[in-house]
Design a protein around this ligand. Structure first.
Ligand SMILES: Nc1ncnc2c1ncn2[C@@H]1O[C@H](COP(=O)(O)OP(=O)(O)OP(=O)(O)O)[C@@H](O)[C@H]1O
Ligand SMILES: [Mg+2]
Length: 367
């Protein structure tokens, strides 16, 4: 049974989410309205603002999903030193010049069982908090990684204003923030906490008000080896005919226009049944199917199943509102080659299409 404290926490969380989304939607729709009547010069600015806001909102959704454990996490052996280094480089490009970064990262091959994207999220969140704390006066951001017996110890320290005793008890609560509206959502540390829990690790904070803060994370080592990932497929000019299945008409048109500009032929259907009927009439016309998952009457997964019984080698990309490990496993098992989470970046979509088509060619050449 849900107790009243939990209900209250859920209420606070829902309120926070609604607030963030309404702000983002206001910016997006306002900018779009202005775009409609603008000169090309100002429309560039509006388009940039729309992209910036959708990017921010999609990060927010990611944080919420990670927090509620609905996000697909792919835990495998990763080199923690390399992952931290990559995150620090991301941070370096956005921090002001009055903050000095000092690193002391043990060089040996230090592996953990982890999810690279989530570890990036942890390091970036901690570093951004540290930078915010030093924003006014500048200071030193120190990142260290040490080898300690069975575990690896990551420390992120700053020389900022520190955290009061009172606030220390609440910093890991979702939506707890001391920042101004639009500067912080208060989700960063709650997500960090969840991720570390998910990695069977521990997190501690030491902070002296007025002197600075240190966040310490302890993660268990692994002796499992890292598998070499397949090289990324280039974003070259596309060739092939794609059946787009999407009930949101504007989104279907966006996919169509974009894929045609990068060289693909497209056919759009707005529901699973229409797509299936078109496919049955022209079984060999399409090289790939890009389908939404949650559609009325027939879901993308159901459509995929039908299509694969007709043509078992058909590459299918399933784009969905949110992912979880179970669905992803099921999707792969059912023959769906790629699984993308909305909002899908157009660049990523072309990469996924190119990689599916390349696999299809490899498979066919082996037959
Ligand atoms: N290094 C730090 N120095 C001082 N205060 C910190 C530090 N890290 C976190 N805090 C405090 O903890 C609060 C919660 O941090 P958290 O990262 O969860 O949210 P946020 O940074 O406010 O917003 P965002 O969702 O953008 O991360 C901050 O608002 C700040 O008061
Ligand atoms: Mg933060």
């Amino acid at each position: 049974m849900i107790n009243s404290q939990k209900l209250e926490a859920l209420g606070v969380m829902a309120g926070g989410i609604a607030h963030e989304f309404n702000n983002a939607l206001a910016i997006i729709s306002g900018s779009a309205e202005m775009l409609l009547g603008d000169s090309p010069d100002t429309s560039q600015k509006q388009a940039k603002r729309i992209l910036h806001t959708t990017d921010r909102t999609s990060k927010l959704v990611k944080q919420i999903l990670t927090f509620s454990r609905m996000d697909a996490s792919s835990i495998k052996p990763i080199n923690l030193a390399v992952t931290i280094q990559e995150s620090v480089e991301m941070v370096r490009s956005v921090i002001p010049a009055n903050i000095e970064i000092r690193q002391d990262i043990a060089g040996e091959c230090l592996n953990i069982m982890g999810d690279t994207t989530q570890i990036h999220q942890v390091v970036v969140n901690l570093c951004m908090n540290a930078c915010h704390a030093m924003e006014e006066k500048g200071g030193i951001l120190q990142i260290s990684l040490k080898n300690d017996d069975e575990s690896l110890v990551l420390r992120v320290s700053d020389t900022g204003g520190g955290i009061t005793q009172e606030n220390k008890k609440r910093i890991f609560d979702p939506f707890f923030t001391t920042k101004e509206v639009d500067k912080g959502t208060g989700l960063g540390l709650s997500v960090v906490y969840r991720i570390i829990e998910n990695h069977q690790g521990n997190i501690f904070v030491d902070s002296e008000f007025g002197i600075g803060s240190t966040f310490t994370i302890i993660l268990p080592k692994t002796t499992e080896v890292i598998l070499v990932e397949q090289a990324c497929v280039d974003n070259k000019e596309g060739a092939g005919h794609i059946l787009i299945v999407e009930d949101e008409e504007d989104l279907a048109q966006l996919y169509k226009e974009y894929l045609e500009t990068v060289g693909y032929k497209t056919t759009v259907r707005n529901n699973g049944e229409a797509a299936l009927s078109t496919f049955k009439q022209h079984v060999n016309r399409f090289d790939l199917v890009l389908t939404d998952n949650s559609m009325p009457k027939m879901t993308g997964e159901e459509l995929a199943k039908e299509l694969l019984t007709i043509r078992p080698d058909l590459p299918i990309i399933l784009a969905t509102g949110y992912s979880n490990v179970a669905t992803e496993k099921k999707a792969q098992h059912g023959g769906i080659l790629q699984y993308l989470v909305k909002p899908v970046k157009l660049g990523l979509l072309t990469q996924a299409i190119a990689s599916c088509l390349a696999k299809d060619i490899n498979m066919n050449s082996r037959k």
